[in-house]
Structure formats: C-alpha cells, structure tokens
Design a protein around this ligand. Structure first.
Ligand SMILES: *[C@@H]1O[C@H](CO)[C@@H](O)[C@H](O)[C@H]1NC(C)=O
Ligand SMILES: *[C@@H]1O[C@H](CO)[C@@H](O)[C@H](O)[C@H]1NC(C)=O
Ligand SMILES: *[C@@H]1O[C@H](CO)[C@@H](O)[C@H](O)[C@H]1NC(C)=O
Ligand SMILES: *[C@@H]1O[C@H](CO)[C@@H](O)[C@H](O)[C@H]1NC(C)=O
Ligand SMILES: *[C@@H]1O[C@H](CO)[C@@H](O)[C@H](O)[C@H]1NC(C)=O
Ligand SMILES: *[C@@H]1O[C@H](CO)[C@@H](O)[C@H](O)[C@H]1NC(C)=O
Length: 333
C-alpha cells in the first residue's frame, strides 16, 4: 500500500550558503555533553544469550573454497540475538571491517535475510561452518566501540566475536565497499522507483524520515523521538533545500498521521524491505532511533539528522553517541 497525502509544491526554501551556515550553527550549539554511566544498555535488551546453534560443539563445514585451510584465520560473529534488518547490517558490516583490519576471513551465513535485499556478493559467507581453535573477543556494550575487538595483538587465532558491534568505527576502513554491497537488488530498486513515480516525486529533492516507535514505546527506558524533534528537523531541511518533499516510513502509522502530516509530507508503508529501500534512496535523512533508521541515514548520500535523546537520558545509559553516530551527522533533541 502506498499512501499519498498532500502532494504539491512546497515553498521555495532559502538557499545554500546561509543554509549551510545554519546547519553548522546547529552542530556547534548542540554539542554532546559528557556521558555519565549508570546502566548497562545490554540489560535492557532481551534475548541475549549464547547460542548452541553457533557453538563449535556441533560439527559444521566451512566454505568450500576455504575448506581445510589450516593456515588461514577466520572471524565469526557469535551472537544469538541477531535482531532484525538494521542489526544484521551492523553485524555484517562490522565483521567485514574487523576482518579487513585483522586480516582474518569473515564468515557469514548465506541464509541471512540481508542477502534477499542487497546485491551482496560475498562468497565466504557459507553456512554451516566449523571454526576450530577460536578465542572469544567480547564487546563491552551496545552503542560503544570496543577497541580490543580490533586489537592486532594476539590475533593469530581464529576469532569469535560476541556482543553488539554497532559502531561506524568498525567498518570505517571499508566504508565504500560496504556502501556498494548494500545496493538494492534490482526488483526492489524498480519497486522504489515506481513508488517515487507514483508519488510524482522523482525529480524532487527527497528527505526520508524514519519514525521508530512501536516496540520501543514498550521498552522500559527507551526514549522515542517527540513530534517537536521531527518538526525541528523538517524546518531545517526546508530552509536549506529547494522545495523538498518528505517521505515517512514508520511502525506507527497512526501517530505519524496525527502528528506529522503536512502538504509536503508523504507516507510510504509497504514492507520492511521496500520501506528501507525507499528511505535509503532519498537524498537526505531524518532518523529517530534504532538501527533500521541508522542505516537509511548512512546510505543516503546527503545530510543526516538524528535524535540525540536515544536511547534515553544520558545519565542513565552507557552509550557513546560519538561511537554510534558518524561525526558529520547532526544531532537534535
Ligand atoms: C559437511 O560436508 C560433508 C562433505 O561435503 C557432508 O557430508 C556433511 O553432511 C556436511 N556436514 C554438515 C553439518 O553440513
Ligand atoms: C569468490 O569470489 C572471488 C572474487 O570475487 C572469486 O575469485 C572466487 O572464485 C569466488 N569463489 C567461489 C567459491 O565462488
Ligand atoms: C581456524 O579454523 C579453521 C576451520 O576450522 C581451521 O582449519 C584452522 O586450523 C583454524 N586456524 C587456527 C590457527 O587454529
Ligand atoms: C565472552 O562471551 C562468551 C559468550 O558469552 C563467554 O563464553 C566468554 O567467557 C566471554 N569471554 C570474556 C573474556 O568475557
Ligand atoms: C596474549 O596472550 C597471552 C596468553 O596467551 C597473554 O599472557 C598476553 O597478556 C596476551 N597479550 C595481549 C596484549 O593481550
Ligand atoms: C508532478 O509534479 C510536478 C512538479 O514536480 C508538477 O508540475 C506536476 O503538475 C505534477 N503532476 C501531477 C499529476 O501532480
């Protein structure tokens, strides 16, 4: 279903120099305060446990081209709670980046859903596999870059990574490659194009907005972005872009319809894959919380604004915004 609401001409925005300056000002004013830490974020995420299905107790086969390569070193991700699309993208990208740093061959399951959306052409990713003589390298927390994961010391063993690897820093070294791999498969790209055409926005500047609420609302302590955040972000883009159109994908249609609709805001609500494709195909991004939105922000080529209030009051969470969000993104409350 594609919902079209209030298409039409937006007003002409004020252009370029002053605009860039405005964004600059926002960036300066809204500096991150220091993070104090009380809670461990992982305590708030359910279903994290070590899993048998990935342990070395059950014999598994390694990829055909690497079979029995005793002299090679491998890297696997060993974490039961793989999560949904955005989390999987983080884990895949990070494993690739860490593998490139450590000169280990990353292994990834071919059956992963990311292979159904993107043009990933990574052929070491066969499953099942068996990894002998591995050591664990554990991450400390969600949203924190754990430097010891990519430590070159003592890296002459197979390595099994356990925990969330959700930081752009893990795959900064191969960012271009990751962007290329996360290209939409043709049928999804065609569908996205058809949606833009149907909305008559093909030639307009598009700002994708991801409004994540749903389960986060029920998650004790996780903050969802308020209406005022989206209004502010939309205003900024209206000032710096010429006649932009805003395209919203969300897990809470009702809230968006009640709070965000104006003449320049459209909703697309089709499927996880297509919604993702629509947002990543926009020119700029406004993201709220969660890794789904994070990745749409990462894959759009323009400016990304994120909600600084996630995951919650900074005093309550161990969560490093600098590790989680790339430095050129703009944080707003
Ligand atoms: C591993 O590969 C061998 C030979 O190709 C096959 O016979 C065996 O069933 C495979 N084991 C698993 C667990 O896939
Ligand atoms: C994997 O990809 C590399 C380079 O893309 C290629 O040389 C190699 O033959 C491929 N291996 C398999 C088993 O497909
Ligand atoms: C790493 O694991 C592979 C596959 O199980 C194994 O063949 C290889 O000997 C291991 N490497 C080391 C250094 O133990
Ligand atoms: C890392 O996590 C694994 C899986 O939970 C655990 O077995 C191992 O003891 C941990 N290692 C360290 C050093 O914390
Ligand atoms: C490397 O491993 C040895 C034991 O295997 C340990 O004593 C040493 O502290 C480790 N070095 C580093 C830098 O982790
Ligand atoms: C499509 O949008 C263009 C401006 O981008 C406008 O001129 C045209 O009238 C629109 N067509 C329809 C059918 O709304």
């Amino acid at each position: 279903m594609v919902k079209m609401k209030f298409t039409g001409s937006g007003r002409m925005g004020v252009l370029l120099l002053g605009a860039t300056f405005l964004v600059f000002i926002y960036k300066i004013i809204i500096r991150p305060p220091n993070h104090s830490t009380v809670l461990n974020f992982q305590q708030w995420i359910p279903n994290i446990k070590y899993t048998d299905s990935m342990s070395s107790n059950s014999p598994r086969n390694i990829s055909c081209d690497d079979h029995q390569s005793r002299d090679k070193l491998y890297l696997e991700f060993n974490f039961a709670h793989h999560g949904r699309l955005g989390n999987r993208m983080f884990h895949y990208a990070s494993l690739r980046g860490i593998g490139a740093s450590l000169k280990h061959i990353p292994l990834w399951k071919r059956t992963d859903p990311i292979f159904q959306l993107f043009e990933i052409n990574y052929n070491k990713s066969v499953s099942p596999f068996r990894l002998d003589n591995r050591v664990f390298r554990n991450t400390t927390n969600m949203g924190i870059y754990t430097e010891s994961i990519v430590d070159m010391k003592n890296s002459s063993t197979n390595i099994s990574i356990y925990g969330y690897v959700q930081s752009w820093k893990y795959f900064h070294n191969i960012e271009d490659e990751i962007r290329k791999e996360f290209t939409l498969q043709k049928d999804k790209a065609d569908r996205v194009e058809a949606i833009f055409k149907g909305l008559n926005v093909t030639s307009r500047i598009k700002v994708g907005i991801h409004v994540r609420r749903g389960d986060f609302l029920h998650f004790l302590g996780l903050t969802v972005a308020p209406k005022s955040y989206f209004d502010k972000a939309i205003e900024i883009f209206k000032k710096i872009l010429v006649n932009p159109v805003f395209i919203v994908c969300t897990d809470d249609l009702k809230w968006v319809e009640m709070n965000l609709l104006t003449r320049d805001v459209l909703i697309v609500h089709e499927s996880v894959f297509i919604d993702f494709g629509v947002l990543m195909s926009c020119d700029h991004s406004i993201v709220s919380s969660g890794s789904f939105g994070w990745w749409t922000g990462f894959l759009t080529k323009g400016t990304t604004i994120y909600f600084r209030g996630y995951p919650g009051p900074e005093k309550m969470y161990k969560f490093h915004l600098d590790d989680y969000y790339p430095p050129h993104w703009i944080g707003l409350y």
